[in-house]
Design a protein around this ligand. Structure first.
Ligand code: KG4
Ligand code: ZN
Length: 338
């Protein structure tokens, strides 16, 4: 059978990434993280598109060099069409079109959310991909989405956030505690030294399988204002316990919905993806559910959790096998449902 090499491009938010896959295996997966946004405490769209434009060519060269293949060996170009920041997506989309045209090989558009889910199918040591059907929870700085995955390209959204994404909830809470952006990993670190039961924050009542995190942020704000009025050093003294309590609340919100989804669908294979999948609280909760509830859970290697082109490449490969190629009239889409 034919050797397939897919070059994949990801540029939906603030990370530019390029990867080369040989079938399900990544030969390279390089990411340029745009540090510029740290100064602003969040992603600045204008700066993001500019940085993508600067990064993309050198990154593609690096991805090819690390994979040790020549561009003439490539079978197709896969790229993120959406969802994401329009200016950022336009850079990757235009670049992918031009390269595909130049090399005379097929173009394959990829949905970023589908890619987070299908990242589980990238070959990785010690990992077995989930069997169909499975539940997929994508949690990152930009998304919170619960999906029933019946097949590679047969997915049903069961629930989504009505306001902030999980990662935003972590980052905004961290900001209230005076921690730098992105604060999620710091909350995780301090939480490991704190008591998760020390403080309690309300779990929002959201119907069905949807999520909401904006209320949590508000209750943390009021809580900190109230406590700091009594003791100006409250945050400093209680930092670890506050972080542990915030993390426990977020994990509880996620786990309640996952349990509800398992009960509703009868599917107990549960996969997570996205940057927040790195969180040790959620990982522990999933491990406990394996032990106590008989779930089988799947967490991709960290490299494939955060935004990366490897996950775009696996979708490119699967679509190639299926003959799902893309017309050159394709345009980037800021909003793009699975
Ligand atoms: O997937 P990702 O790299 O980019 C987006 O597509 O958003 O996710 C980044 C998000 C940030 O909000 C970051 O704070 C959060 O993931 N994050 C974490 C942890 N590591 C990354 N949140 C909690 N605990 C962590 N260990
Ligand atoms: Zn993402």
């Amino acid at each position: 059978s034919q050797d397939l090499y897919i070059l994949a491009i990801e540029s939906s938010c603030d990370d530019t990434s390029a990867a080369v896959l040989h079938h399900r295996r990544t030969l390279s997966n390089v990411v340029a993280t745009q540090r510029i946004h740290e100064e602003y405490g969040g992603v600045v769209p204008e700066l993001a598109s500019r940085a993508h434009q600067q990064n993309i060519v050198p990154l593609v060269y690096r991805a090819l060099a690390e994979a040790n293949i020549d561009k003439k060996q490539l079978s197709a170009i896969a790229f993120t069409r959406g969802p994401g920041l329009l200016g950022s997506l336009l850079v990757g989309t235009s670049f992918a079109k031009s390269l595909s045209l130049g090399l005379g090989i097929p173009l394959i558009e990829v949905n970023h959310m589908e890619a987070h889910i299908l990242s589980h199918f990238i070959e990785a040591p010690g990992k077995t991909p989930p069997p169909f059907p499975f539940l997929a929870l994508t949690i990152s700085g930009g998304h919170t989405q619960l999906v029933l995955v019946k097949d590679y390209f047969d997915m049903k959204i069961l629930g989504e956030t009505l306001d902030d994404a999980v990662g935003e909830a972590f980052d905004k809470s961290a900001k209230l505690l005076g921690l730098p952006y992105p604060g999620g990993p710091l909350i995780d670190r301090y939480a490991s030294q704190g008591d998760p039961g020390r403080f309690t924050f309300p779990i929002p009542k959201v119907p069905g399988l949807d999520f909401s995190f904006s209320g949590l942020k508000t209750s943390i704000l009021y809580f900190l204002q109230r406590e700091s009025a009594h003791d100006p050093e409250f945050v400093e003294k209680q930092r670890d316990h506050i972080c542990a309590s915030i993390q426990a609340t977020i994990v509880e919100i996620l786990m309640r919905k996952l349990k509800k989804a398992v009960a509703q669908t009868g599917v107990h294979h549960v996969a997570i993806a996205g940057g927040v999948a790195a969180n040790s609280g959620i990982r522990k909760a999933l491990a406990a559910a394996e032990k106590d509830l008989g779930w089988v859970t799947y967490v991709p290697p960290f490299e494939y959790c955060t935004d990366n082109a490897g996950m775009i490449g696996i979708v490119g490969y699967l679509k190639y096998l299926d003959g799902r190629f893309t017309d050159y009239r394709v345009s980037a889409r800021a909003r793009y449902q699975i």
